[in-house]
Design a protein around this ligand. Structure first.
Ligand SMILES: C[S@@+](CC[C@H](N)C(=O)[O-])C[C@H]1O[C@@H](n2cnc3c(N)ncnc32)[C@H](O)[C@@H]1O
Length: 301
């Protein structure tokens, strides 16, 4: 096996031109490559649990079994320069990963909450810098897949509309110092609005930093904007574009707007005056909408 012959490895998403619903990895080599060599290369690269090789150049893997093997990241360098394996785990851009890493390394939260953990990319950073993390995900496999990697994470399975409020009541009763919340779960406008308004029920005893992922996406952004921020007197700052998002050019997200971090700060003192929601990249977001497949026909001139 000669891995130097492999030029690239890319993965396709379910239903992207394939009849089955498996995530499929394609090995591209400079010269013809046998199925065994392709599988060996793939094994070397991903330490994966290979199910079978479907053709000479395509390798089908057990995606779920493969993911939990990566160690928790330790340094900003590891966060920034991720390899192809980690690109599957993370669902954030390098700017978002760096921001998350920097914020958490500065805050060192006693207690954090993540809504939406998926494959554990952002959870690894939360776990690294927090004393305790509560991971809320509707996917019951999060606990079994990710649990063994994180000793300071409590996994709570279910729809965050049902699980978040009881958790916040519990933290409030225990006088826990909640300091960080990452909202990255239900990406419908209603879903994120609910998550935000539920978080705002928490009365802070320390500053609480709230990041909301995918604020560049028009639907998510609408949900963030429609949340009732005004009524929570502990909110002191809301910025929709702490980190701007991206207009994707690859399938299956071609011409879709994703990413971006909105940010909110709760402080344990009452705000005086009206809260203004800031959106420092609004012109960029509007320009992207015009190029986007998410642009409803006729909605933007
Ligand atoms: C985009 S992924 C999260 C990615 C993760 N934060 C990262 O960057 O590594 C969204 C996750 O939210 C979860 N999710 C979707 N709707 C949810 C809901 N209503 N309640 C809880 N989790 C939900 C999904 O199961 C999925 O794991």
């Amino acid at each position: 096996m000669n891995i130097h012959r492999v030029k690239s490895l890319r993965h396709t998403f379910p239903n992207e031109g394939h009849p089955d619903d498996k995530t499929r990895y394609i090995v591209t080599s400079a010269q013809p490559i046998t199925a065994d060599e392709a599988m060996a290369c793939f094994n070397q690269w991903a330490k994966s649990h290979v199910m079978y090789v479907s053709s000479r150049e395509e390798v089908l893997i057990d995606y779920e079994a493969w993911l939990p093997e990566k160690e928790v990241p330790q340094s900003l360098k590891e966060i920034l320069f991720v390899d192809e394996h980690e690109r599957q785990i993370w669902q954030m851009t390098s700017a978002e990963r760096a921001t998350l890493f920097f914020l958490l390394s500065q805050i060192n939260p006693q207690c954090s909450i993540e809504i939406g953990s998926s494959n554990g990319g952002s959870l690894a950073v939360l776990s690294q810098f927090s004393q305790i993390v509560y991971s809320l995900d509707i996917d019951p496999t999060c606990k079994t897949r990710l649990g063994p990697r994180f000793s300071n994470v409590e996994f709570i399975t279910g729809d965050s509309r049902a699980t978040l409020v009881p958790l916040l009541h519990r933290l409030q009763t225990e006088n826990s110092t909640l300091e960080f919340v990452l909202i990255d779960g239900d990406h419908t406008a209603e879903g994120i609005k609910h998550d935000i308004e539920n978080v705002l029920q928490f009365k802070p005893n320390q500053p609480v930093y709230i990041l909301m992922h995918d604020s560049f996406n028009p639907e998510v952004r609408a949900g963030i904007q429609s949340a009732n921020w005004q009524d929570c007197l502990y909110v002191h700052w809301v910025e929709l574009d702490l980190v701007p998002g991206i207009l994707l050019n690859r399938m299956p997200f071609h011409r879709q707007m994703w990413g971006g971090f909105a940010f909110a700060l709760l402080r344990p003192v009452v705000r005086r005056g009206k809260l203004e929601l800031s959106a420092n990249q609004a012109p960029l977001q509007q320009a992207a909408i015009k190029q986007s497949a998410q642009n409803p026909p006729g909605s933007v001139a």
